[in-house]
Write a protein of this length. Sequence first.
Length: 420
Amino acid sequence: MSLTQRRRPMDAMKQLGPGLITGAADDDPSGIATYSQAGAQFGFGLLWTLVLTYPLMTAVQLVSARIGRVTDQGLARNMAKIMPGWIVTGLVALLFVANTINIGADLAAMGEAAQLVVGRGDHVFTAVFAIGSLLLQIFVPYHRYASILKWLTLVLLAYVALVFMVHVDWAAVGWGMVWPTVAGATAVTTIVAVFGTTISPYLFFWQSSQEVEEVDKDDAKHALKDAPREAPAELRRIGIDTFAGMAISNLVALAIMIGTAATLHAAGKTDIQTAADAASALKPVAGQFAFLLFSLGIIGTGLLAIPVLAGSAAYAIGEARGWTTGLEKKPLEARGFYAVISVATLLGIGLDWSPVDPIKALFWSAVINGVVAVPIMVAMMIVVSRRSTMGAYTASPALRFFGWSATAVMAVAAVAMFLV
């Protein structure tokens, strides 16, 4: 193999950034639990949901990234231009609550997964994972930290490998992907959960703000509305990055659902509440190596998701309050920003040690996300369509169509959440 051929994977990886990290963070331990529940309870019957969510989540994340890169301002700052301040403050406050609960649930799942492998110390592992993640966010500059997160996405390959370790009825997989089935109220609840965990508000804020970070760390880059010569290359990069990141996210989610359907559902093990439950149930069904792969995935994706959850809350609150924000900034330069990250992470540890039921807490996190997602997405679509904000780089008709379609689907899911 020539040197040029060896460099190609590295060069391709360099083209990926915010979109790849955002997509990978979507498959956090809480998401793994949702996809595992869907596979264990309904087999291959709900695979079609992930085929449907791919174009919708891609459109929403493209809108988020476009807003950040064109305006060089995060999502909350742009929302403040079209919404009363108290509404923006209320939405980002709810986002903080939902993200903190999610952090607590993810940390608990990581600790449980580590305990399953080692045999003890779930709370200790939880604290170590949380403090380690927090210290990295505070003391490692963004351009280095982003590289760590980017390469950490490779842990998702564990779930793809799992699919090839078990017997899979690929004809049934193909049918499940193209033929929608909804078997009762429980299936409706699970479908709502899949949509909610796949299209999540924290991902909107994160990718938009990461595009701002990309501009701020490079003196050669500027807001696209002020530097049209940069636009063709940058919008092409955003497209490639986001399509690839969301594809990886959905492929991994499919792999989790297929793997648990082929093993747990086939063995009649349908009572899965957490990602750690899925890992534990896999051991007698699929073997020790499959169990270790699944557990490694829980820990790795958690390490990726915790900074995204805490960081997105800090970006949202900081932008809404007019603070200095950015992981490239030193702690003393952005005290409020890092304070939010620290409080969210430490509260997450507190939730793990508290008597609060993590399953019920995660349910309320999903409810909050479902409530706040719709107005945030409406605001995003208005912003990305306004020439006064976006200049010549408003969303294309196709992007507006899929963006508004995603908004409508999430509105229906939010209503269904309260009816089922």
